[in-house]
Each structure stands twice: as C-alpha cells, then as structure tokens.
Design a protein around this ligand. Structure first.
Ligand code: SAH
Length: 244
C-alpha cells in the first residue's frame, strides 16, 4: 500500500506555561529548572489508562507544534542565534522553529501527574510557550537516549551563565508580595536573565526590557555586564507586556 502524501495530526493536549511570550524563553529545556508548566491532556486522548506507568520516569519527551511561529514558514538555511545571528546553517542541523513541519521536541522533568477531571502532567525545566499544542508524550529512556560520547557542532555547548543579576530595592519588595503565589519567582528570573535572553543584535548599555512570566511583567535594564531587575508588576489593563 502506498503511503498518503500527508497525515492529519491532532493535538493531544495543551501547555500552560510560566512563559507567556517567546522573549525570555531559553533556547533549550533544562537550562532554567525553575521554569514550570502543566500539560493538560484532552480527555479524548488522556485517560488514566493512557498514562499508566508514566510516573516511573523522571523525564519525558514532549513533542509539540511551534504554533506561534508556524505561519512564518521555513527556509533551507537559518541563522542560529548561538552563532551571533550572522552565520547560516542548514535547517536540519539546527533546532530552529522554522521547519517544513513546525514540530519541536523537548526533554523535560516530570514532577508529578495530577489525576483530576483531566490528566495534568506537571513539568519543570521547560522551554515551552503558554498554549503550545502538544502532539505526543513519550518517556525518556536513559540507556538509549543518554549518549555520553556523542559529539555535536562546536557551538552546541552548554551556555555559560556569566551575567550577574541584581534586583533594585523596589523589585525586592515586589518579590515579597508575590512570594506566596510564586515562591520560586526570584530563582526563575535569575536563571532566565543569566542566560542573556537578548537578541544577538541588541547589545547596548542602558536598554530596558520586559519579560512576561505568569501574569507578571518583569522589567530589567542592562548595566554593563550586569542586568538589574527594576520592577515586577501584575499585568493590568494596559495589555500584554512586550520586550522594548
Ligand atoms: N527544545 C525544542 C525547542 C528549541 S527552540 C526543540 O529542540 O525542538 C526553543 C525556542 O522555542 C524557545 O526559545 C522559544 O522561543 C520557542 N518556542 C517554544 N514554544 C514555542 C511555540 N509554541 N511556538 C513558537 N516558538 C516556541
């Protein structure tokens, strides 16, 4: 039998993530362990039976759609941000979002499974945007997938967290306000900023940025080699915060 030219794939669930916008999301999972998300399974695909045995795994693969950028299409060559944005590489040699099939894959920590009306997978160390459609969930199998002598392109080294992150006194007071709701917020902000989320072409001193985490806007400024968090505020009626 010949195979069909295309396949119809339906999401099995949706991501609820601390990352409400693309700006600030690390380039790979595992870099920010305080980043949390819940995958809520669609009851048609996510019964108790369907996840039986999954809790035995510390880590799982999430296959998902790059839904936010999917409409932008793809090109055979991309400019990986890790190469400063000025060197091209074949799309299949990168983890770019802009691929013929906009499918992403992330290995993440499975903290626990919540068995309610819907099955919810609680995850950490994620690099997933809020509302990401999930195509599949698979266990991470260390004896197959952890390959200590594997080699990679020279730019694929774990990024060094070299940026110093400080909080001004107002931001520290605001952090206290959100302590009950988001006890890991300080660590989350530090871990994200230590990765230097700025695009390669933005490097000037004194520039201010905003990052959307949960329902908060985190405002920070570049001060030489240091990033200072200026304010942490609930997103009000002014609309959604964006990087400036
Ligand atoms: N680990 C995945 C993703 C790597 S690219 C893989 O290797 O396939 C990581 C970037 O994906 C993040 O910086 C974030 O900006 C982007 N991203 C995450 N979820 C997305 C979504 N739903 N749509 C578009 N981009 C997304």
């Amino acid at each position: 039998m010949s195979s069909p030219d295309s396949y119809c794939i339906e999401p099995i669930g949706v991501v609820h993530s601390c990352y409400r916008e693309k700006f600030g999301i690390p380039r790979q999972p595992g870099l920010v362990d305080a980043a949390r998300a819940v995958v809520e399974l669609d009851p048609r695909f996510g019964s108790r039976e369907s996840v039986e045995g999954l809790e035995a795994y510390s880590h799982i693969w999430i296959l998902f759609v790059f839904h936010e950028t999917a409409a932008q299409g793809w090109k055979p060559q991309v400019r990986p941000p890790r190469l400063g944005g000025n060197k091209k590489m074949g799309v299949y040699a990168t983890r770019s979002m802009f691929r013929p099939n906009p499918i992403g894959q992330s290995v993440v920590k499975l903290d626990f499974i919540e068995y309610g009306e819907k099955i919810k997978l609680h995850l950490s160390g994620i690099d997933l945007l809020d509302q990401t459609p999930v195509l599949d969930v698979k266990p991470y199998i260390p004896y197959v997938e952890s390959i200590p002598d594997a080699t990679a392109g020279s730019f694929q080294q774990a990024p060094l967290a070299t940026t110093k992150v400080t909080f001004c006194s107002d931001a520290l007071l605001q952090l206290e306000q959100f302590d009950e709701l988001y006890p890991e917020l300080k660590r989350l902000i530090e871990q994200i900023l230590e990765q230097d989320p700025r695009p390669a072409y933005h490097k000037e001193n004194g520039r201010e940025y905003g990052i959307a985490l949960y329902d908060l806007n985190i405002c920070w400024i570049v001060k030489g080699d240091e990033f200072e968090v200026l304010s942490i505020e609930s997103v009000g009626d002014e609309g959604s915060p964006t990087s400036r």
